[in-house]
Write a protein that binds this ligand. Structure first.
Ligand code: SDX
Length: 431
């Protein structure tokens, strides 16, 4: 079958060219424009890249209009219900669900990489006790290449795999340590006799003075939340990791760049911003007032946890998290949580309001997750850290996919220059 092409016609210069069309296994066809500048002397313009494909990827598929999210073809609803975070990590990294023996080997590998170099503790002492944990995460993860430089040859597949395992395994340990640092409490070592999510909660809330057994409801909730946050196609932080990785920087530096990007309130920082917003609203009686503020162009207030660059439908993850939220609140004795009541009322009013309906603004992954974290005793400033732990799997999978791609080149977007035209220097006494 003849390859599909797209005809581009330049009426002002009476010329045209055929552009090749690339069709993936799912999703819209994509016009290849790489030859456009060479053939026609023009660039394309798409600030924010919402209409631009930056790469080929086989990891995650999203349909924003239909509210569909698939990891390696598996619907997120099925993975959230039936899988585990480390099984999903294996799927995202290697492309297939593991056989029982493969999963056991992978879990064992990850668990035995959860310890961090003892000298890393000195780095924590350099942060003030009230440093934001995301600042600590960015710094500590970026420093890992100073501690684990024995496997940093990015052209060596085994080195790439070792760095990937180290990163995924150490994120919870680094995260829990940043929380303990903020409490001025001793760090808790990871335990090899615990599962990934139970281990994280143990490192967060155990103390040397008494035993701590993670609540199975909390462990399950964290498992589901980590699965839902593991990957999301070419979002801002993943694109940051890919662009940083395209210069062949080491994987720890690239993931640290992703953590920094995720921190923004327009992205992963939204879950912390949602709780701060709910606390600012304070009471159901104030909801109408704040919805008006969100609609007011002259008011910078936004309904945090609402809207999405891609989803113009209900974020499928938000639907699942909402259900988990009710289960956790009921199990932890917060069934009548005023924050949850406020969130449900806010969602109810917004979803009936023309402003939100016309702009297809629905709750996203961040709207309910913070309420769960709060019920589990995790403080607001750790919410985006939770997001980063999970997304380290997606970032790593995309980094590995990009570095292994033989066609991979350094990323280098162009621009529309609208600054001053060429002009001569003027001596200071003539200005
Ligand atoms: C994540 O990309 C990903 O995949 C990200 C993510 C992932 O898993 O990696 O899904 C995680 O980042 C989720 C999004 C978390 N962010 C928030 O919840 C912050 C609040 N949301 C907004 O800042 C906003 O909705 C964005 C940033 C998420 C999306 O912005 P867009 O698509 O660029 O939308 P826009 O700014 O062009 O807004 C379109 C219209 C505008 O109004 P008009 O100019 O057309 O009149 O909708 C309005 C906006 O003012 N609008 C909102 C709004 N979001 C958009 N109005 C009030 N409250 C909001 N939350």
């Amino acid at each position: 079958m003849a390859a599909k092409t797209f005809t581009l016609t330049d009426n002002s210069n009476n010329r045209s060219m055929e552009l090749p069309v690339r069709q993936g296994t799912q999703g819209p066809p994509t016009i290849e424009i790489a030859s456009l500048y060479k053939e026609m002397g023009v660039f394309t313009y798409d600030p924010g890249f919402l209409g631009t494909g930056s790469c080929n990827s086989a990891i995650t598929y999203i349909d924003g209009e239909e509210g569909i999210l698939q990891y390696r073809g598996y619907p997120i609803e099925q993975l959230a219900e039936k899988s585990s975070f480390l099984e999903v990590a294996y799927l995202l990294l290697y492309g297939e669900l593991p056989a029982a023996t493969e999963l056991a080997t992978f879990e064992n590998m990850i668990i035995h990489h959860t310890m961090i170099n003892e000298n890393l503790k000195n780095l924590y002492n350099g942060f003030h006790y009230d440093a934001h944990p995301m600042a600590i995460m960015t710094g500590v993860v970026g420093s890992l290449s100073a501690f684990y430089h024995d496997s940093l040859d990015i052209h060596n597949p085994r080195h790439r795999e070792i760095s990937a395992h180290r990163l995924i395994a150490k994120m919870p340990t680094i995260a829990a340590a940043s929380y303990k640092h903020s409490k001025c409490e001793p760090f808790i070592y990871p335990r090899n006799d615990m599962g990934f999510c139970a281990n994280f909660l143990h490192m967060m809330f155990a103390s040397p003075c008494e035993e701590y057994v993670p609540d199975p409801v909390a462990v399950k909730a964290i498992e589901v939340l980590f699965i839902l946050h593991a990957d999301h196609e070419q979002n801002a932080s993943t694109s940051t990791v890919r662009l940083a990785g395209s210069s062949q920087a080491n994987p720890f530096a690239c993931i640290a760049a992703g953590i920094a990007s995720l921190w923004g309130p327009a992205h992963g920082g939204a879950n912390e911003a949602v709780l701060n917003m709910l606390e600012e609203i304070g009471d159901v009686s104030q909801v109408e007032k704040y919805v008006l503020k969100a609609k007011d162009k002259d008011d910078p207030f936004r309904l945090m946890g609402f809207g999405h660059r891609v989803y113009k439908n209900y974020d499928p993850r938000a639907r699942i998290i909402r259900k988990v939220c009710h289960e956790v609140l009921a199990s932890t004795g917060h069934a009548d949580s005023p924050l949850m009541e406020l969130a449900v009322k806010l969602e109810e009013i917004a979803l009936k309001d023309d402003y939100f309906i016309e702009r297809k603004l629905y709750p996203n992954v961040d709207f309910y997750s913070g309420i769960i974290y709060r019920a589990l005793g995790i403080p607001n400033n750790m919410f985006t850290v939770m997001f980063a732990i999970a997304r380290s799997v997606g970032w790593t999978a995309h980094w590995m996919e990009m570095i292994a791609d033989p066609s991979q080149r350094i990323g280098r977007p162009r621009q529309v220059y609208d600054g001053a035209p060429k002009r001569d220097y003027v001596p200071v006494d003539k200005r």
